[in-house]
Design a protein around this ligand. Sequence first.
Ligand code: AMP
Ligand code: MN
Ligand code: MN
Ligand code: MN
Length: 291
Amino acid sequence: MLNIDLHCHSSVSDGVLSPREVVERAISNGVDVLALTDHDDVAGLAEARAAAEPAELSFIPGVEISVSWGGQTVHIVGLRIDPAHPEFAAGLQEIRAGRTERAHRMADELAAVGIEGAFEGASSHAANKQIIGRTHFARWLVEQGHAPDLRTTFRRFLTRGNPGYVEHQWTSLENAVGWIRASGGMAVVAHPGRYAFNARELHLLLDAFRALGGEGIEVVTGSHHPSEYGKFADLARAFGLLASRGADFHAPGEGVDLGRLPPLPHYCQPVWKAWPEVILKQTAPTLAATT
Ligand code: AMP
Ligand code: MN
Ligand code: MN
Ligand code: MN
């Protein structure tokens, strides 16, 4: 069975490895098909593709778009997108501008509790100054001794009700799915188990997502406990959505590593079932054996 990992981050967003290093790590972890899905930016895709080219790895251009829906932030992954599509590229550019403005407000909130210099601090952890996010603030807060690790930092800071958190209006679900589809890609709801929705709200989200032309949902992700895989596999089936698998890898030693999650439950219809790059790989050994 192919090892397919369709969600990870490089230093273009809040990961710590460069796009090339992400691809090299995926290869050494035995990944056969990899999507790089940086938050709200596609600037790493060319480097990642170039790194994958001479290797056996099939590379899928991706993105993870920040959306506001139902009073929460929801992440929509786009797979097999065309990063050069004008409407798609312009949409992401707008989100990045909002992100920078938000980072200044977050720093103001931290300053209000006596933590000065957070914008510059977070920025020093961001290789791409257009994508400064909560993870960069968290890494800086740990470095400054305000918390022992990232998990604790997100419990004490940067989350609703805690210092450094600000409300932010991301783009709409309609825009995110629309841009992904316009660029030829497939839209996938990221880590559905992470949202503070009740069952009814989650169903409303999936209905709205499907009505807009969304096609997939993550079932096996680093953000789900293994005991949740069945629940989201059932949800995928009930809503006629294809299932995805991705570690949501950010850094060595943080969370799940590339390609190290269990496979999708056997009854799932995977997002890659009709992808030529996967079908070719699946049939390649047979072809080789018969020639
Ligand atoms: P942002 O898009 O700037 O709001 O940042 C969201 C990112 O913060 C997510 O993609 C994760 O990488 C990270 N994050 C959010 N919550 C946590 C948490 N509890 N522990 C560790 N990382 C988190
Ligand atoms: Mn992240
Ligand atoms: Mn996410
Ligand atoms: Mn992610």
